[in-house]
Design a protein around this ligand. Structure first.
Ligand SMILES: [Zn+2]
Length: 127
């Protein structure tokens, strides 16, 4: 996927998390090991796309995530190459290969200046 459309999807996701009267000050991303985007490029494009929105000027923390397997049944991580979950024998699913995930963000209330951290649990994947 082209960087710009990925960043637009990501920005839309970020802006949905911020309520009226809040500014997004920080965005935390994880990048799959095989993701074709570099953290620097993503931060640059995000910065451009966020101009004029509530996320303008937000810093972007993008961290490379090691590719790994995780059990679908119990959530235990497993090494690549394992045929099944080492603790329950359940099916393993690959994670962190190519996806860019929104892990969390930091918002500031414009009125009070109060800063709040928002964790994104599940569904943070942006393709
Ligand atoms: Zn398991």
């Amino acid at each position: 996927m082209h960087e710009t459309s990925l960043v637009r999807t990501l920005l839309a996701r970020v802006l949905r998390e911020a309520a009226d009267g809040q500014r997004v000050t920080r965005v935390e991303l994880s990048l799959g090991e095989m993701a074709s985007h570099t953290p620097e490029a993503l931060a640059f494009h995000f910065d451009q796309a966020a101009r004029g929105t509530a996320a303008e000027g937000a810093s972007v923390d993008a961290v490379r995530e090691e590719a790994r397997l995780r059990c679908d049944a119990c959530g235990e991580p497993a090494a690549l190459g394992e045929p099944a979950c080492p603790s329950c024998g359940g099916p393993l699913a690959a994670r962190g290969l190519r996806d860019v995930r929104l892990e969390g963000l930091e918002v500031r209330e414009e009125a009070s200046g109060q800063v709040r951290t928002v964790r994104i649990s599940g569904g943070g994947g942006v393709r």
